[in-house]
Write a protein that binds this ligand. Structure first.
Ligand code: 5AD
Ligand code: FES
Length: 358
């Protein structure tokens, strides 16, 4: 006997959303991925935006229990790229066609406001039309303002989990969800395109936490949403916990797309790490961004957030070629433009931040 057709999803209802988070019915999941793909096409067509990722420091003063670059990991060789090396990465990225640079690092006390500001200013001066995305963790509002004025456009800061109790189980007492949320709201007020997000399958996470993550995203309305599976890293306290699954991660990508139709959602490296075609499947379930690595090859291995990370041996150019081929194979089209969030007016935001009349 055929099962009854699935009723349309009411995303306002927690009960419906929870049911979708928990479903393992293949037809229902297929329908979900399909609708997410259709919504993404309505806003972005078949284009997939490329971002050049520069992992410029693996020093971190924090000690998140899940993260391989946490300060207590004595096994890790630490590195920090110089100002000149970062600029060289940007030049290489520009030559490869990238129009967004993502500068990502641990919370490294050596990266002072003055130093970061000079790096951002120099990138901005040399590449006036490119987008500069920062991902430097929690900083003061004054610091975020200064870096915005220096020319940064976007900021990625995953909230990791929107549940207070769960947050405390993933982080030492020196970190709290309230501070993280304050940073996110400050970044938004300053005028950044903001990215939040979370890991799927992190220790102690249940469907209720995932529901809260989705509701938090709805409340924040970020322009970008980063979602990837938790992957254990052997030298961390969570090294022996099971990782997040491909299916659950894809469901969360798809639900995020339905709840935030115009968001920029990457098919993350972590997704590509847990399944050979993970990123492609992410792109077919609502994601529309990829972030190929631009970091110098000799430091790649050291940016070890989790084990078995892919693309360690590839040069920047190889990453681009490989990703382009994968995207085309699935009928999607690499898009090397700046790729702002649909409907975003950077000119208006910038003027407002500078105090100019709107
Ligand atoms: N597995 C998956 N993602 C991780 N991150 C940190 N550690 C891990 C891990 N073990 C993610 C966090 C962080 C981002 C830069 O990487 O969500 O925000
Ligand atoms: Fe660096 Fe979590 S370990 S911010």
């Amino acid at each position: 006997m055929r099962s009854a057709p699935t009723p349309p999803l009411d995303l306002d209802s927690d009960a419906d959303l929870l049911r979708m988070i928990q479903t393992d019915d293949p037809a229902e999941m297929e329908a979900l991925f399909h609708s997410a793909h259709a919504v993404r096409r309505r806003h972005y067509g078949d284009g997939v935006y490329f971002r050049g990722l520069i992992e410029f420091t693996n020093y971190c003063k924090n000690d998140c229990y899940y993260c391989g670059i946490r300060r207590s990991n004595a096994k890790l060789t630490r590195y920090r790229l110089s100002h000149a090396q970062i600029l060289a990465c940007c030049r290489q990225g520009d030559a490869l066609g990238y129009r967004t640079f993502v500068l990502q690092g641990g919370e490294d006390p050596h990266c002072t406001d003055a130093w970061m500001e000079s790096v951002v200013r120099d990138i901005r001066a040399e590449f006036p039309r490119h987008a500069i995305t920062l991902s430097l963790g929690e900083r003061s509002r004054a610091s975020y303002e200064r870096l915005f004025r220096a020319g940064a456009d976007r900021y990625l800061l995953r909230h990791e989990t929107a549940d207070e109790t769960h947050y405390r189980r993933l982080h030492p007492a020196s970190m709290c969800l309230r501070a993280r949320k304050q940073c996110l709201f400050a970044l938004r007020e300053i005028g950044y395109q903001v990215g939040a997000g979370f890991m799927v399958g992190s220790p102690f996470q249940t469907a209720t936490e995932l529901l809260r993550d989705l509701r938090f995203l709805q409340a924040l309305q970020p322009q970008m949403v980063g979602i990837g599976p938790f992957i254990p890293q052997a030298d961390t306290p969570f090294g022996r916990y099971p990782g997040g699954t491909l299916t659950m991660t894809l469901k969360m990508v798809a639900l995020s797309r339905l709840l935030l139709p115009a968001a920029l959602i990457p098919a993350t490296t972590a997704l590509g790490t847990i399944a050979p075609d993970g990123r492609e499947r992410g792109l077919l379930a609502g994601a529309n961004v990829v972030m190929p690595n631009l970091s110098p090859q000799r430091v790649r291995k050291q940016y070890a957030l989790y084990d078995n990370k892919i693309c360690m041996g590839d040069e920047a150019a190889e990453c681009r070629t490989c990703l382009e081929a994968r995207i085309r194979r699935y009928g999607l089209a690499p898009d090397l433009s700046r790729g702002d969030c649909a409907g975003w007016r950077s000119d208006v935001r910038r003027e407002a931040a500078a105090g100019a009349p709107a």
